[in-house]
Structures are given as C-alpha cells and as structure tokens.
Ligand binder design. Structure first.
Ligand SMILES: *Cc1c(COP(=O)(O)O)cnc(C)c1O
Length: 378
C-alpha cells in the first residue's frame, strides 16, 4: 500500500505504540485509583499532559482530554451556551462537518450562525469577517488548516478581530497540530481542538485547549456528567493508553517537526509537479499558505471515484460525502468556486513522514497512466 490519505488518519508511530501499550497490558489500572498502580497511571497521564502543553505552549490545567476532535468541537461550541446575552456565532463554509453540523444544531436552539464564504485560495477575507462581528457575537470559529486543500488561515489576526468585539475565538487545529507550529499563547486563541490519530497517535483520543482566562469567564457546560474527570468538563474513566500515546506523539512531532516538514514538502512538491504535467489539471486552493503535506488536484475529464478505485494499492481521497444514497460534491471545493463537475474530478493527496520519494515516483506514474486511460474512455 502507498498511503496518501494522511489527512483522513495516520499510522500510529512504532515508538508511540511501544510507549503507550503497557497501559493496556502490564499496567491497566484506572488513573483515578489510589493504589500504587493507579498512581503510576496517573503519573503517566500527568506526563502526557505536559508533553501536549510543550507542543502547544500552554499550561497543563488548560488541556481537557476528549475522545477526539469531534467531541472537543462539540464541547466548546455547545458548552458556551452558559454565556448569557450573546447569541451569534460566526464560522466559515469550509469548516469540517463536525463544526458545521454543530453550528446547525446551535441554530435549532435559537442561535444565529453566519457561515462566511472564502476566496478562491480558501482564505477568509478578514475585512468581511470584521464586518460581521458584533457585540452580540459569542464565538468566532475558524479552522487552523483545511483538511481537504490545506489552506492555513491567519489565526492570530482572526483571534484579534474576535477579541476586539469581546467574542471568543475557537480554532479546529486538527490538521495543524503536529504538522506546523501551533503556539496557543502567541496566537491568542481561547479554545483549540485536535485529534490524536491525525498525528500518529491512536484513534479515540483528542484534546480541547481551554485558555485559563477564557475558561474562568465562560464556564463551559460539559457534554457528559459523571465522575468529574478533567475538572468536571469531561467525565468518564480516562483513556490512559490513548492519552499516553497522544502525549508521546506530541513529543515526537515537536522533536522532528522541521526535518519532517522539509522532507514531506519536498515529496509533495515533486508529486504535484509530476501530476501537473498531465494536461488539463490544476491545483485547488492556495499554494502559498498551505500545509506541507497536502495537495488537491483537479483532473478535468476524469472521475475521482474512478481514480480512487483504479489506483487499487494507492490510498487517496476525494472530499465527496455520501448522504442518503446521493453523492454530494465536496463542500470545500464548492466553497472555493469549483463547479460540481470539477469537484467530482478532484483528488486529495496527503502525505506523512512515513512516505518515501520512491512511492511518489510510483504514484505519479500510476496516476498519470490512469487519468489518461479514464479520459480516453469518455
Ligand atoms: C479529522 C478531523 C476532525 C475530526 O476528528 P475526529 O478525530 O474524527 O473526531 C475535525 N476537524 C478536522 C479539520 C479534521 O481533519
């Protein structure tokens, strides 16, 4: 398998697995238990929390472990219902469905939600954002980096605009954490969500960063009640294996970030350059402000579903969503101005440090051959 779908999920690192596995086997204790084994698990959780904080540049009491980004996103958006008077949320059309669907839910309970459009590059127009933030705006919610096209938004400037009007700023940084520097203190974000399995940690673990200052004022309402874990924000027995894995993955990511970014971007650029040699192809989104591992390419006249199937041992994706037996074009590609047809002819290739240049050569050759074959069949 040549795996080029790392924005969907990543392979767990061997060293991360080796580090976390004993917490499923030899020491499976509950981190809340007061016996010796529980204390060891509790120490391991504390250590993991520190590792996460080192990557994000925050304090241990600002991290809430969750089951993933989706839960963290739900926790912050729904949790802010406790704030009185402000009933308006601003988000962006290219957000992940975890954000968009939660916002639709907020509309159903009486909130007004503005879904801002983006430019052809995928970037948000800050002037437009500024026009929409009012004294009634509770939350501005803009993703750090897009999962389909990789566009990186100017997070600090967006946070500043939100704060000027007293609104909170939340970013879904699931595609950014571990890939590019994300320092919450420098950026001034109030809430940030991410997920372990996007950075070579296990599935089923993620975290919400809650800025200590913001948290005191906002008093997030928890989604689940119970044992009062995670300072009451997320009750339920801690996933020690997942937490320890997430912490270790953060440390590994931090240690090798520059080296990996260079290597991954080189491979991505090579692959992209080779694929653009095919006639009638173009890159979707912004080439400058983009994740180093992602490219999204439209192959006009070749159906993306046929490409995915035809590639067999090469894993790539299109952003289409299957909703009740109808296939919908990617809402992200639509938002940057592609026609339905172009969206259905676009493929996302997302790399990781586990890929090799040799794989890029094979993938480029196979995709080129397949696209030409598919076009001939038209
Ligand atoms: C993957 C992803 C999510 C959802 O993460 P889960 O771990 O499935 O909850 C949310 N936002 C973005 C940008 C993602 O890429």
């Amino acid at each position: 398998m040549i795996y080029l779908d790392n924005n969907a999920t990543t392979k767990i690192d061997e060293e991360v697995l080796a580090f976390a596995l004993p917490f499923l086997t030899t020491n499976f204790a509950n981190a809340s238990s007061t016996h010796r084994f529980g204390l060891v698990a509790n120490e391991a959780v504390k250590n993991a929390r520190k590792q996460v904080c080192t990557l994000l540049n925050c304090e241990p009491n600002e991290i809430v472990f969750t089951s993933g980004a989706t839960e963290a996103i739900n926790l912050v958006i729904k949790g802010l219902q406790s704030v009185p008077n402000r009933k308006h949320i601003i988000t962006v059309q290219t957000e992940h469905t975890a954000v968009l669907d939660t916002c639709v839910y907020m509309e159903s309970i009486g909130y007004e939600v503005t879904y801002l459009p983006v430019q052809r590059s995928g970037l948000l127009d800050l002037g437009l954002l500024k026009e929409h933030i009012t004294e009634n705006t509770l939350l501005v919610c803009v993703m750090f980096a897009n999962n389909e096209i990789g566009t990186i938004q100017p997070i600090k400037q967006i946070a500043d605009l939100a704060h000027e009007k007293g609104a909170y700023f939340f970013t879904d940084a699931t595609q950014a954490v571990g890939k590019i520097p994300v320092k919450v203190n420098d950026l001034g974000v109030d809430f940030l969500a991410f997920s372990g399995h996007k950075l070579h940690a296990p599935k089923g673990i993620g975290a919400l960063y809650v800025r200590a200052q913001a948290g005191r004022k906002a008093h997030l309402t928890p989604l689940q009640h119970g044992g009062g874990h995670e300072k009451g924000l997320r009750s339920g027995t801690l996933n020690v294996f997942g937490i320890v894995g997430l912490g270790q993955a953060c440390e590994v990511a931090q240690k090798n970030m520059e080296k990996n970014t260079t290597k991954i971007a080189e491979m991505r650029d090579f692959l992209e350059k080779e694929l653009l040699k095919i006639e009638n192809t173009f890159v979707n989104g912004n080439i400058e402000n983009r994740l180093p591992n992602t490219t999204n390419i439209c192959f006009e006249g070749a159906d993306s579903e046929a490409i995915i199937l035809g590639l067999e041992d090469i894993a790539v994706s299109n952003g289409s969503a299957c909703t009740s037996m109808k296939i919908e074009p990617s809402h992200v590609l639509k938002a940057i101005g592609l026609t339905d047809e172009q969206a259905f002819q676009s493929i996302r290739l997302s790399l990781s440090k586990h890929n090799t240049m040799e794989e890029m050569k094979i993938a480029a050759e196979k995709i080129t051959k397949l696209v030409r074959e598919l076009r001939e069949m038209l």
